[in-house]
Design a protein around this ligand. Structure first.
Ligand SMILES: [Ca+2]
Ligand SMILES: [Ca+2]
Length: 96
């Protein structure tokens, strides 16, 4: 039986940029869910991806001409299936 992860939503307590953050997620290196988000906002992600073993999920913030900011990586384990919705707090601040 294969397992599917549902990425539901993302809330922002504090943007990394001065104003709006342009965030996206790298799911095992696959770029998805590009969203603009402001402090206090929640954006819907609604992406489904199959998982085998574990998945590396990186939250990135787009900048130009500077390099994008890497905010934090979370690792999702296939063995976490059936635990219902989980909330992960990301405090990473890759400001540059
Ligand atoms: Ca930035
Ligand atoms: Ca930015």
């Amino acid at each position: 039986m294969s397992t599917v992860v549902r990425l539901i939503k993302l809330s922002c307590e504090q943007t990394e940029d001065e104003a709006t953050d342009e965030i996206y997620i790298n799911w095992n290196g696959e770029r998805l869910a590009e969203r603009e988000i402001n402090t206090g906002e929640t954006v819907i992600i609604e992406e489904y991806r199959p998982i085998a073993g574990e998945a590396l999920v990186d939250l990135q913030e787009y900048d130009w001409p500077d390099d994008d900011d890497f905010l934090e990586r979370i690792i999702i384990q296939e063995s976490e299936a059936d635990q219902g919705e989980k909330y992960q707090t990301i405090n990473g601040d890759g400001a540059s």
